[in-house]
Design a binder for this molecule. Structure first.
Ligand code: BTN
Length: 250
């Protein structure tokens, strides 16, 4: 492991921390105190890392924990597409690092899987202030995978990246993320959607999707133009904006 600071493109303002409760929480605090778009909070560990849907995110040293402050200037619904932007950027970063990149796939809404195992988590949150701000939080299991998880998990070390260098990984990922963010801002969701679909897992297949108050089983028919999952049910098609997807054992 190196202690050098990552060198990021000028878009980013890096805040490098040793330990923090949650980089998302710290980015939200800094946004409230006036930090602007491009502020990137990176920590070596989190003591209260947050996952999607109120879950905790196991955050020991050795993995990547970062949150990027953005001001996308769009509706909250469209801002949800930033999770797809990050997933596509992360998959592209891994293409250059892992053996057999054809193993790298994407699971709705924004999980990156390698050999069917989740290697990262992406959490989008709105800032309390200023209005319209978005915190894009990304955790990547470089060295350590969580013991307990809803899904099968893996670390990049287990998948063939024997000695990951955190600053170098962040440099690569940040560059890819900026490039995809610029594309999304300039041309909208279509190219991101196409890149996501090219790696999608479960499209056209039966899936189980757990929502807040119900669990549905249906066919993953499409990813719509906004990023919602179109689920075909016996009673008709339903568009799902948020949920946990599982694949029935085949
Ligand atoms: C998921 O549940 O899949 C999303 C997990 C997101 C974890 C990252 S780690 C960096 C950032 N800070 C947090 O507290 N959470 C996100």
């Amino acid at each position: 492991m190196t202690d050098r600071q990552p060198r990021l493109p000028p878009f980013f303002h890096l805040v490098a921390l040793d330990s923090i409760d949650s980089t998302n929480e710290e980015a939200r605090r800094r946004a409230a105190a006036g930090a602007g778009e491009g502020t990137l909070v990176w920590a070596r560990e989190q003591t209260a890392g947050r996952g999607r849907r109120g879950r905790a995110w196991h955050s020991p040293r050795g993995n990547l924990y970062m949150s990027l402050l953005l001001q996308p200037g769009c509706s909250p619904a469209a801002a949800g597409q930033l999770g797809f932007v990050a997933a596509v950027a992360l998959a592209g970063t891994l293409d250059d690092l892992l053996p057999r990149p054809e193993r790298i796939r994407l699971k709705w809404p924004n999980d990156v899987l390698v050999e069917g195992r989740k290697i990262s988590g992406i959490l989008l949150e709105a800032t309390a202030a200023p209005p319209g701000g978005v915190v894009l939080g990304v955790g990547v299991n470089l060295r350590v995978r969580p013991e307990e998880s809803l899904y099968p998990t893996a670390s990049l070390v287990e998948l063939g990246l024997p000695d990951p260098d955190l600053p170098a990984f962040l440099e690569r990922f940040a560059a890819g993320l900026q490039s995809w963010y610029d594309t999304w801002r300039a041309t909208g969701f279509a190219p991101v959607r196409a890149a996501w679909l090219a790696r999608a897992v479960g499209l056209g297949e039966e899936i189980v999707i757990r929502l807040d108050r119900e669990t549905l089983t249906g066919r993953f028919a499409a990813l719509d133009e906004s990023g919602a999952l179109a689920l075909d049910l016996p009673e008709g098609r339903r568009l799902i904006a948020a949920g946990d997807v599982f694949f029935p054992a085949s």
